[in-house]
Design a protein around this ligand. Sequence first.
Ligand code: 6SG
Length: 210
Amino acid sequence: MPEYTIIYFNVRGRCEAMRMLLADQGVEWKEDVISVEAWGQGNQKAKAVFGQLPGFKDGDIVLYQSNAILRHLARKHGLYGKQPNDASLIDMMNDGVEDLRLKYIRLIYQNYEEGKGTYIKNLPDELKHFERFLSENNGGKGFLVGEEISFADYNLVDLLLNHLVLAPECLADFPLLSAYVERVTSRPKIQAFLSSDAHKKRPINGNGKQ
Ligand code: 6SG
């Protein structure tokens, strides 16, 4: 019996990074899929701490807030760095990923048609920060922080994969980020997850835009 349950809509959205993390760690989980109709009835929303999903059940606790869930899993599965300052650097990078994710979500849900061109034009100014930070750790040949994968890596790679759908050429001028996405997504368990129906058949976003 899997001890973990993801409670979310049938989208990749704010849960695909945690799914990649769990798959890569060889951990099983259950999906409690909430339909738009069920959500509209309001009971689930009333139960959720901030009236939103995802929720995440781990034994006796139910957590909300996707980044708190990622951090919870990182603490439990050793994905929060090894050296004294690693956790702080990993937090910093994850906050940077969240800032870009919010811009992406705003584009997708609020401004897709009018905003897409400008968003793509400005994307290099967002991505360059990640490219530079990556270059400073082992010449960009490893992970964001330290020598092992962290929850921020899963979160960044998931967001970059979404951007490669939005703008297939967006990493062309970022050799380190391109190689990093390739390296992380070719980890055998991630590759298996990404080629499964559980990933491929789940829409990226809730409104059909991508
Ligand atoms: C939406 O914003 O999925 N939660 C979303 N929407 C429903 O009533 N800071 C936290 C976090 O990091 C943000 C949570 C997030 O966890 S995520 C939520 O709960 C609400 O507010 C994006 C997502 N979208 C899928 C969904 C939302 C709108 C359209 C499709 C559910 C299906 C249709 C309407 C509601 Fe729907």
